[in-house]
Design a protein around this ligand. Structure first.
Ligand SMILES: [Zn+2]
Length: 304
């Protein structure tokens, strides 16, 4: 099993970021650490402006703040409070609700909700890591949704599929995708994003996996043995996800964001250099998102 988190303690965080200026300086250093390029005209020379840490393009005059065109874009409250939200979201083992953030920071719950959703945008998998060794694939039911279809109230299952990487006796990474149904087409998304064709794959006996065997030659359905539960580790991880969703996000509307949040923390629980700073860096590289982008669920993958 992975070790306990070695990320920044709250007092380390407060020492490193005592005020808004320290946060702005940190964003500026990280944002332009590989050199400056004007967001508008791509020119590479700038001069400083009267506002600290802002840069002005010497060609077109565009002034860019360290927060512009990142997930901190146009943040309407103190940057230190924004950093504090990222700190709690990334380091609390079970996450933190917007109501709790609102109490801790003296901000409106809706404000905390929106900024937390922005933070979660940077927690999605970058899909650059393919599992090449042993992997378990498990479809999961994560509750039900009541939706209106043609004027009728219909109950729909919330479904997801997990890919869990087996690493000897330890635990590798786990990825999760929301799926609309259990068809091969829906199930194939997690394979395309995370599974190498040479991987040894264990699945349940569900028929939807059968067509994928043509591409993934080393895929085998698990055969129950002496009453043993199939895919033990994935099943445990799936139960953990389900419990967590029931606990603080019972009405999680955009399930994929919550799945991303859960596995972002789980896969990095032994990250030595600090999950918090890692998340800040991802938020800097991520394009800005508006409230509308978030509620209309338009996931993009701008990270490089
Ligand atoms: Zn320019």
């Amino acid at each position: 099993m992975k070790a306990i988190s070695k990320s920044l303690t709250l007092s380390d965080f407060q020492k490193k970021f005592p005020d808004d200026e320290s946060c702005l300086k940190y964003l500026s250093n990280k944002k332009w650490k590989n050199g400056y390029q004007c967001h508008r005209c791509k020119h590479e020379k700038y001069c400083n402006t009267v506002k600290n840490y802002h840069r002005r393009c010497t060609k077109c005059g565009y002034i860019e703040s360290p927060t512009a065109n990142t997930l901190f874009h146009k943040v309407k409250f103190s940057l230190l409070k924004a950093f504090t939200i990222v700190y709690f979201v990334s380091t609390n083992k079970r996450g933190i609700s917007s109501t709790e953030l609102s109490r801790k920071l003296g901000l409106r719950q809706k404000t905390c909700w929106l900024f937390k959703q922005k933070t979660m945008q940077a927690m999605g998998s970058r899909k650059i890591y393919s599992i090449t060794t042993d992997v378990e694939i498990l479809p999961l039911e994560l509750g039900i949704n009541h939706v209106i279809e043609n004027g009728e109230k219909v109950v729909k299952k919330k479904l997801a599929v997990l890919a869990h990487e087996k690493k000897g006796s330890g635990r590798g990474n786990t990825y999760g995708h929301r799926i609309k149904n259990l068809s091969s087409k829906e199930l194939s998304v997690i394979f395309l994003n995370h599974i190498d064709k040479t991987a040894t794959i264990k699945t349940t006996g569900w028929s939807g996996f059968a067509p994928l065997q043509n591409v993934y030659g080393k895929m085998k359905p698990f055969k129950p043995n002496k009453g043993k539960r199939p895919l033990v580790m994935s099943y445990r991880i799936g139960c953990g996800l389900l419990q967590w969703l029931r606990g603080i996000h019972g009405h999680a509307e955009h399930l994929q964001y919550y799945i991303d949040e859960y596995f972002f923390r789980l896969n990095r629980c032994d990250m030595e250099d600090g999950i918090f700073l890692h998340l800040i860096e991802r938020m800097i590289k991520h394009e800005a998102r508006t409230y509308k982008d978030i509620v209309t669920y338009k996931p993009k993958a701008p990270l490089v």
